[in-house]
Ligand binder design. Sequence first.
Ligand code: ADE
Length: 261
Amino acid sequence: MKIKVLSLFPEILEAYFSASIMKRAVAKGLVSYELVDIRDYAYDRHRKCDDEVFGGGAGMLMKPEPLDRALEAAGSPALRTIYVTPSGRLFNQAMAADFAREENLVILCGRYEGIDQRIIDTRVTDEVSIGDYVLSSGEVAAMVVVDAVYRLIPGVISGESLAEESFSSGLLEYPQYTRPEEYATMHVPEVLVSGNHAAIARWRLKASLVKTLAYRPELLHTIDLSSELGRLLKEVIDGGGENEPRTADSGGTGADRPARI
Ligand code: ADE
């Protein structure tokens, strides 16, 4: 996949693209990237990229001309072009998977109060928000989108890791433990050291349901209550037995951890 990111501050993004798993993906040829300085496409000698808002209002808007030229050069809108903005569609794992199927992605980072609507109308294919809060820089949101997307490209990370993580099954991931088996008087749930793979799988599924019910109940609305998963959910709601997952035992989430079930 080739990723082009257009920004007024490309240096913010450079560190991200040249470290860790992304660095390895680039070295393997799975990802290539280009960071475009929008100011290089400004007309005047001051390289002005913003202006006041017609109709009044606080702050400045990014001007259409430099953006139009930069996006034209990047191949938009023929290539999938994402504008990261708090007024976009809420980003999720399904959108990340959809973007990961593209050969090319163009990502536009906004600054100030946003960008001229005519650029959105003519060059942008997807307006994407990463959450219901406002960031001071689109670069941070662009990194979130790139990170969620490129790791889904085959070969970047192991398929097993992807299959097991939160959201891949529509549920939050179950609690996990490593050695030592007893730490500060806290024990790893017995079933996880039993070697009984069927019992472990059942415990994990139920633990995922416990956690999802506590933190993200809206994710459970599509579960068919007459299905196997639905029956398990009913068991979770009705209360578990001796060896059932109790998320509070997993520690880590502090005062707002899910209630014991
Ligand atoms: N830019 C500023 N805030 C943002 C958000 N929540 N999502 C995407 N881009 C943004």
